[in-house]
Write a protein that binds this ligand. Structure first.
Ligand SMILES: [Zn+2]
Length: 287
């Protein structure tokens, strides 16, 4: 799933391609991706694109005051084409859910692989009309988000475990399963550590790790074409998705805790004082 750095890189790329162009046509192949009906998609052709911004993991394309907003979710992606086929899409066939044609013949497809069908597209008058955007917490790369802002979030959610807290979009916008593993590894903190128990030094480490990890990932991703962003994300990870491999810091083996629908990876030597965390799913089975 694309998280803040990949979405930011996509937004930078799209901004260079889209701003100043006029929407020529929007083809909807999968009606279920459209979460809104007023204003209709048919109100977009003829309007000029004036901006592209990221809001958490959402991409917000400002089309002369209307907003085409998308959330790529787990299996969604955006494919840019310098030349798009003018042939209408066949509804329900293939991975393309929605296609936006621009006035110079270029455009992009929003695609979804697999059967999850979580890709979401909204056409709204204000980005605040998208429920997932209204709920977003502060952006960790915004100027206002400093160490004190992080401290007050940790205090406000004192009983939450760090892993869940970092992934919660209403607490911090844009961090998901992959980068929360990476941030906690850099900060040398256990994913199950309780937010309210962090001392000043740990809060500083967590803040620095968050900013450093996300900025580093954006820098790496920014020069890449959209099609290569996903692969780059995978290869650049320190512990996420690397169960059984060596920790790049200490050489210990990267361990995993599995949950019903996800898993986390960490290094016991770096993060939990050498003590492996209990695999909750396994320990429940063994009871
Ligand atoms: Zn380690």
């Amino acid at each position: 799933m694309p998280e803040l750095p990949e979405v930011e890189a996509l937004v930078i790329f799209l901004r260079s391609k889209l701003v100043g162009r006029v929407v020529a046509r929007v083809d909807v192949a999968s009606i279920s991706v459209l979460k809104t009906y007023d204003p209709p998609v048919t109100s977009l052709p003829g309007l000029a694109i004036v901006g592209v911004v990221r809001r958490g993991k959402f991409i917000d394309i400002d089309i002369d005051g209307l907003h085409l907003v998308t959330h790529l979710a787990r299996a969604g992606w955006l494919r840019w084409k310098e030349t798009l086929s003018a042939t209408p899409l066949k509804p329900g066939k293939g991975p393309i859910s929605l296609r936006v044609h621009l006035d110079d013949g270029s455009g992009f497809d929003l695609t979804e692989a697999g059967t999850q069908k979580k890709l979401a597209v909204y056409v709204v008058r204000s980005p605040q009309d998208v429920p997932g955007i209204v709920r977003l917490g502060p952006d960790p790369l915004s100027d206002e988000f400093d160490e004190f802002a992080l401290r007050s979030l940790l205090e406000a959610h004192g009983r939450s475990q760090l892993k869940g807290l970092l992934r919660d979009q209403s607490v911090i916008a844009g961090v998901g399963n992959a980068y929360s593993d990476e941030i906690l590894h850099v900060a040398k903190l256990s994913p199950f550590k309780v937010a309210g128990s962090l001392d000043d030094e740990s809060i500083r480490r967590l803040y620095d790790a968050m900013v450093e990890t996300l900025r580093g990932a954006i820098e790496r991703a920014a020069g890449l074409p959209a099609s290569e962003l996903k692969d780059d994300k995978r290869t650049a990870m320190r512990v996420h998705g690397r169960k059984g491999q060596q920790c790049p810091e200490c050489g210990d083996v990267v361990r995993e805790v599995s949950f019903a629908d996800s898993s986390l990876q960490y290094c016991a030597t770096c993060q939990t004082g050498g003590k492996p965390l209990a695999d909750r799913r396994l320990s429940r089975l063994l009871k």
